[in-house]
Design a protein around this ligand. Structure first.
Ligand SMILES: Nc1ncnc2c1ncn2[C@@H]1O[C@H](COP(=O)(O)OP(=O)(O)OP(=O)(O)O)[C@@H](O)[C@H]1O
Ligand SMILES: [Mg+2]
Length: 380
């Protein structure tokens, strides 16, 4: 049974001479919530519009369920789409807005009423059914827009940055509601966002796009732990991973010795081909640094460095310390630490990191070592 499955094969889209989607292969399993992330202009909305039928591909094919819908009209695809701007009819009540599509489709009044009531209950809009959109908050309006989709019982829900017009608090609240909605309906959903937290928390799988191509597909935690390349490593995780330039000094079966600015790290690895003299990049996430004493004395799996505090950003529960760490890099590294540690600009701070938490990338930006081994296993 493939109801709710979405299958893209070699999908391409050009606008005139500009290639925007450059060959995308993707299978979305029924009931998955797939999140498209990537920098502005990478083609997220275009890819979603290709699934919806608002754009037609210049190459490849698209299937929804068992049907090839590549050239099928949007209204015949069994999809429903929620945009950033909710565009409700101002003169209609919430109930009328939600039922309008069904009315146009010619469904009997009683059926429409029942479907609207059910969707309103799921979205907690029941007390608001008689209100006009102008008497609703932004979050409530966006829920009405989602309700309009639910009543149509689509095979696939498509969301294009549905929460980005809302303020931070409301966005957090709506994010939780969308997660609940997905759990309750069990429907296939494709969700485009810029927001790291939305991507990490909502997604069954994340698709990282860059310049019209897929960089990596995986469960959120898998992309976080095993980014396949520098692009994904820098894109998933906030604040972003610190990158340091290095040269391979020696490569053993189970470890790579990498010379950074003034220190050599012996990084464990299981696989990957790097030769002495090769240029590499070492990546360490801000949250993987520990303030000195947190590294066990004599722990040969960890290393410590002296740093000088360049800047301090206190977020409350945690603090971002920008540190000069000459042994690792000429630049400034960002370290995320507990919020209550006293820090003064210009003073020294000793920080440590476990070697197993360092990432290694070759000169082409591909992950070497544990990450590469894992990616190969996933691809096989
Ligand atoms: N109708 C069009 N004609 C020409 N170029 C287009 C058209 N629609 C999109 N593009 C171009 O295609 C590229 C991808 O656009 P798209 O809207 O898919 O990006 P996006 O990843 O959704 O970006 P954002 O995060 O800013 O919404 C952009 O460079 C855009 O200018
Ligand atoms: Mg977009």
């Amino acid at each position: 049974m493939t109801k709710g499955r979405v299958l893209l094969r070699g999908v391409m889209k050009s606008f005139g001479a500009v290639d925007v989607i450059k060959g995308v292969d993707l299978e979305i399993a029924p009931g998955e919530l797939t999140v498209f992330v990537g920098p502005s202009g990478c083609g997220k909305s275009t890819l979603l519009r290709l699934v919806s039928g608002l754009e037609l591909p210049t190459g490849g094919s698209i299937m929804i369920g068992d049907r090839d819908v590549t050239c099928v009209h949007p209204s015949e695809r069994g999809i429903a789409m929620v945009f950033q701007s909710y565009a409700l009819y101002p003169h209609m009540s919430v109930a009328e807005n939600m039922g309008f599509g069904l009315k146009i489709a010619g469904l009997p009044k009683a059926v429409i009423k029942e479907k609207v009531a059910k969707a309103a209950e799921i979205l907690q809009l029941t007390p608001l059914l008689d209100r006009k959109p102008r008497a609703l908050s932004g979050g409530q309006r966006q829920r009405v827009a989602i309700g309009r989709c639910i009543v149509r019982e689509p095979e696939v829900f498509l969301f294009d940055e549905p929460l980005s017009n809302l303020d931070a608090a409301l966005r957090g609240q709506m994010r939780v509601e969308i997660a609940r909605l997905h759990a309750k309906l069990g429907a296939t959903m494709i969700y485009v966002t810029h927001d790291q937290v939305e991507a990490m928390t909502l997604a069954t799988r994340i698709v990282v796009l860059n310049a019209g191509r897929i960089e990596q597909i995986g469960a959120p935690i898998e992309l976080y732990r095993h980014p396949a390349n520098l692009f994904v490593a820098g894109f998933i995780g906030s604040p972003r991973m610190n990158f340091m330039d290095g040269i391979v000094e020696a490569a053993e079966a189970d470890a790579v010795h990498v010379r950074l600015n003034a220190a050599t790290l012996r990084l464990p690895r299981h696989e990957g081909d790097v030769k002495p003299g090769a240029k590499v990049t070492v990546g360490i996430r801000p949250e993987h640094f520990r303030v000195g004493s947190a590294v066990d004395a004599g722990d040969d799996q960890a290393v410590e460095f002296d740093s000088v505090i360049d800047l301090v950003e206190r977020l409350g529960g945690e603090t971002l310390a920008h540190l000069r760490m000459p042994s690792l890099s000429d630049g400034v590294l960002v370290v995320k630490i507990s919020g209550d540690i006293p820090l003064r600009i210009g003073t020294g701070l000793r920080v440590g990191v476990r070697l197993a938490q360092c990432h290694l990338f070759d000169a082409d930006g591909r992950a070497v070592g544990a990450s590469a081994a894992r990616v190969a296993a996933v691809a096989a």
